[in-house]
Design a protein around this ligand. Structure first.
Ligand SMILES: NC(=O)c1ccc[n+]([C@@H]2O[C@H](COP(=O)([O-])OP(=O)(O)OC[C@H]3O[C@@H](n4cnc5c(N)ncnc54)[C@H](O)[C@@H]3O)[C@@H](O)[C@H]2O)c1
Length: 320
């Protein structure tokens, strides 16, 4: 089966990630069945997608007609059989727990047609532990969307040892068709790419706080107004090529031995958790999040990411 043969999509697990993923497929003209073990959540997902689409319309990313048509393509259902019984591609986005994933994939496997590809949105679980829970390990793959999935363009695809090349090809082509930029990992590696990079930087950032060298505000500022701005157009390896590999080689020799290599979370991180300062949910973490500051930060993030989506959309139109 090829991407062109995919006519119907199902999303199983419609929480934070599942609803955004369903939106991506619905906006790209696919009828999408959405199922959650808690039926109220699939209804809530459709309502949430309605709000996302309204924001897209306000920002000029979609027309009112397109938004309405996408919403009409979403079909919440309280039955797993109904959701996946005639789906060609199923996205699984249930809790990040290998037992739950294995059980859900095995249930889907029993009721979905043999041709159907099952893609997991896991953040880091091993696809090689998921495929064998089904009778179709050649059709099980990871397609890791990042949050918010309807706004972040890149999707990391992970091939399991038993995943067929046909499944990899179909998944990559389908993701491109819905406007995403897939990157394929040829085998499982903990943290895929995104979290390896994110946590390498996080470890260093917390290490600097731990040593009392700079404040969380200043460290975040270096990323937001420095590294982050550059990384929207030039990746770390492109940067090295542009600045010169000999220079990076020289700096690596004296800097690598100095970099944080903690083998577990830092004491300052553990202490914050012990104090109940668990971040936004508690109103305090590395930063103060009282008085609606978190909503404002999320709004800033989504506004900026939507601005980038418009840039991508403009580029795609001029390439046509
Ligand atoms: N939250 C993130 O930033 C993020 C980013 C990338 C990937 N992911 C991954 O996406 C997946 C989903 O994460 P989330 O943040 O959307 O979680 P979530 O808790 O918001 O949603 C999970 C949903 O799955 C449903 N569910 C649980 N068991 C089920 C079952 N047996 N059958 C059907 N539905 C079931 C729950 O009712 C819930 O609605 C996880 O694997 C997670 O690691 C999350």
């Amino acid at each position: 089966m090829k991407a062109a043969d995919v006519k119907k999509v199902a999303v199983v697990g419609t929480g934070l990630m599942g609803h955004g993923i369903a939106q991506v497929f619905a906006l790209a003209d696919y009828p999408v069945a959405i199922y959650d073990k808690d039926p109220a959540r699939s209804q809530a997902a459709k309502a949430g997608i309605g709000r996302n689409l309204e924001l897209f319309r306000e920002r000029g990313l979609v027309t009112a007609e397109d938004a309405q048509a996408a919403l009409a393509r979403l079909r919440p259902t309280a039955s797993l059989v109904d959701a996946v019984g005639d789906a060609d591609f199923v996205m699984e986005a249930v809790f990040e727990d290998i037992d739950v994933k294995q059980q859900v994939l095995s249930e889907i496997d029993r009721v979905a047609p043999p041709r159907t590809v099952l893609a997991s949105n896991t953040s880091g679980l091993d696809v090689n532990r998921m495929g064998p829970a089904t009778n179709r390990p050649d059709r099980v793959i990871v397609a890791h969307f990042s949050n918010p999935p309807h706004i972040i363009p890149v999707v990391v695809v992970v091939k399991g040892d038993q995943t067929s090349e046909e499944t990899v090809g179909l998944t990559v082509d389908l993701l491109r068709k819905v406007g995403k930029y897939p990157v394929v990992l040829r085998r499982h590696i903990a943290g895929f790419i995104w979290n390896r990079l994110q946590y390498a930087m996080f470890r260093e950032a917390v290490g600097i706080v731990e040593k009392g060298i700079a404040s969380p505000e200043d460290i975040d500022m270096v990323v937001k107004l420095g590294l982050g701005r550059r990384y929207t157009t030039i990746g770390p390896l492109e940067t090295a090529d542009i600045n010169g590999l000999a220079l990076f080689h020289q700096i690596a020799q004296y800097l690598y031995p100095e970099l944080d290599d903690s083998k577990g979370p830092h004491p300052v991180h553990s202490r914050l958790i012990e104090e109940g300062a668990n971040g936004v949910v508690a109103g305090r973490g590395f930063h103060d999040w009282s008085d609606g500051k978190a909503d404002a930060a999320r709004q800033r993030r989504d506004d900026e990411l939507i601005r980038w989506l418009k840039v991508d959309q403009g580029k795609a139109k001029s390439a046509q």
